[in-house]
Design a protein around this ligand. Sequence first.
Ligand code: PMV
Length: 329
Amino acid sequence: MSEIVATAPAKLILCGEHAVVYGRPAIALPLPGIRARVRLSPGPPGSGVVVQARDLRRRWNLADEPASPLSELIAGTLAQLGQPGAPLPDLRISIRSAIPIASGMGSGAAVASALVRALAAYLGRPLDAATLSALVYASERRFHGTPSGIDNTVIAYQRPIWFVRAESPHPPTPAPQLPQIETITIARPLALLVGDTGVRSATRAPVGEVRERWQASPARYEALFDQVGALVLAARGCLAQGQVAELGRLLTQNHALLQQIGVSSPELDALVAAALGAGALGAKLSGAGWGGVMLALVAPARQSAVARALEAAGARRVIPTTVHAHAPA
Ligand code: PMV
């Protein structure tokens, strides 16, 4: 066996997070320049599967930690795509990722996607995006509660998507059902700045808190989710028409709704305010919230001024990214 390398991109939710868990649409974008990478190489005979995750500073043998999320994903993928009953191969799996962990950029789903792609290539079973997405989603469902599936979908398809989940989150649908996934038109390139608060926050906590609030005040939360859904529909129109300034206003409105939903934080609010103060067209938190990243939509001429303002307001890292014009095939 020669060495196999597979990668997967980070992602950003442009608008619609949280409401997407409750059946409203969301728009997500891949970030092709920031990736997770998995390298497979043969291990010494009898070694079994040894995983090295350098960013987590961890190395383990699958047989010693069968219940860890990545071990289960590896064993499950080998069982599903390999020969029935085949023993575990002797493999070294090295995982590296440039995606900040627990920050709303899809690091977990990207590592899982790169891993499944690498294993599929090793087994001679290249996967289409839908199968890859389903395998990663099954793993996310086990370890992250009730994910909508948007992360694994945008990362597997590697295209800007409109996403509506098919299943009911509460009570969870027993078996995964197919979401509505559409490739969207982006008429004009978008210049974005991603500002990282440096506060790590696992998706599960804010998602669980929103569920409790929704259960306690369903009418209020359904109304907030409806407003987010309407705004995401309008944002799709702006993307298709190249109405970048109006898109910016919608993103800022989405942030205000996310504040009301209860998932912003002082650090996120400070970065959003700094970006808007420095002339961004719009800004909002992105992902699950309480920490992680925010995004600012900027006119290219304001990009460096907004980046400086984000740094001055405490951003640990500012990542400029361009979303290229895109027409569905
Ligand atoms: O994984 P994150 O932080 O990008 O958050 C995912 C987006 C949510 O809508 C909050 C949850 C979900 O499963 O869609």
